[in-house]
Design a protein around this ligand. Structure first.
Ligand SMILES: Nc1ncnc2c1ncn2[C@@H]1O[C@H](COP(=O)(O)OP(=O)(O)OP(=O)(O)O)[C@@H](O)[C@H]1O
Length: 357
């Protein structure tokens, strides 16, 4: 494992008495592609801006290779930021845009020419040197913004929703471009998005945030398959999240019916949240299911059918490659490995116990 490059220690930030980040602790390893993911307003951009030196935390420290850089201005950090709005200079050619930072640093003409060529090749824009930003598509402009950042040879690239303004197809192409670029450059990427698919596709590590707190840190597989709480499960992909009762180890009661599961250590007769992904539900003949229901809605999604099944007073979301018309009686069966048990948030847990008693 590569070493810790950046360490955010106890970062707290308040705007107008509103706590935006509350004692945030996070480290980022060298060469990692780390994504800050969460809904609008959860504090992702503020975290990135603190990393970039555009904001100062009220409390806490930012360490870079063990050195405290909390109060270092942006231009003194070995980090470069690419924003959602490309912020290119419209009166300058593409080459002049890319050269801008290098000219300020008084680099030689030959050095700058070499760097422009190298950066344009990396972002697949050879031959665009003399064009102007207005004559480029959104995706091409974003590539120029990235080229402009990488000529400075940063150790870390901070990317704030860089693909947010692009349409879906272009965004998907650019996701692969960014992964390739990161691998070629061998540097650390810290990426901000509220798009969970984008985070799953691109990241080595995802940090799921909500209301200024980190909810979970893990690989895309961890976050998707082992969400630590209902917020993460709900935010990452479609889920059935159901109030349930852990009867004992490996046995959970969901909507009044007992299902075998594989989790242990949640206690006996304990309220829990159960998460079942729609693709993990098998529709079978009614008599073969653990519970029975009726298909109430079907939408064709290309790779699968997205269905709703009414069973035991709950609308189950199911993804299936087979088509079941509305009104079909079905059985629902779930492999015990695909039933995720999660502790309820503490306050809810207490409430549920009281209600239960
Ligand atoms: N300069 C500022 N002054 C006052 N409030 C701010 C400032 N910057 C951010 N905030 C507030 O801090 C909170 C977090 O904002 P932030 O931009 O970090 O969220 P975000 O997760 O990046 O959201 P989005 O995805 O919408 O960009 C929001 O409530 C926002 O209004």
């Amino acid at each position: 494992m590569s070493h810790k490059l950046i360490d955010l220690q106890g970062i707290t930030k308040t705007f107008d008495k509103e706590i935006v980040l509350d004692d945030l602790n996070l480290y980022i390893r060298e060469n990692e592609f780390l994504t800050l993911l969460g809904p609008s307003g959860c504090g992702k951009t503020t975290t990135l801006r603190i990393l970039g030196g555009f904001e100062t935390p009220d409390k806490g420290r930012v360490l870079f290779n063990g050195t405290d850089i909390t109060n270092l201005p942006p231009n003194k950090r070995q980090l470069n930021t690419v924003f959602q709005k490309y912020a290119l200079f419209t009166h300058m050619s593409i080459a002049e845009n890319i050269a801008f930072g290098l000219k300020i640093k008084k680099k030689s003409k030959d050095y700058i020419m070499d760097k422009i060529k190298y950066a344009l090749k990396l972002v697949n824009l050879q031959g665009f040197e003399n064009r102007y930003p207005d004559s480029l598509s959104g995706g091409q402009q974003q590539r120029v913004a990235i080229a402009r950042a990488i000529v400075n040879e940063p150790k870390v690239l901070l990317l704030d929703e860089p693909l947010g303004a692009l349409d879906l197809k272009l965004r998907q192409d650019m996701q692969y471009e960014l992964i390739r670029l990161k691998n070629e450059l061998g540097i650390t990427f810290i990426y901000v998005t509220h798009d969970q698919e984008e985070a799953l596709t691109m990241s080595d590590t995802i940090v799921v945030m909500n209301q200024g707190y980190i909810q979970q840190i893990g690989t895309p597989e961890d976050i998707y398959n082992e969400p630590q709480n209902a917020f993460v499960a709900d935010f990452i992909g479609d889920s059935n999240i159901i109030d349930s009762l852990m009867i004992e180890d490996r046995l959970v009661e969901i909507l009044g019916t007992r299902f075998a599961c594989v989790d242990e250590g949640f206690g006996n007769h304990k309220p829990v949240d159960v998460v079942i992904r729609p693709e993990d539900i098998c529709l079978v003949k009614p008599e073969e299911g653990t519970i029975q229901g009726v298909v109430s809605n079907v939408i064709f999604k290309g790779v699968h059918y997205e269905m709703e099944v009414e069973a035991c007073g709950y609308t189950w979301l199911v993804h299936s490659t087979g088509m079941y018309p509305v009104g079909t009686n079905v059985g629902i069966s779930v492999d015990p490995f695909n039933i995720q048990i999660m502790n309820k948030p503490e306050s809810e847990d207490e409430e549920a116990v009281v209600t239960d008693a």
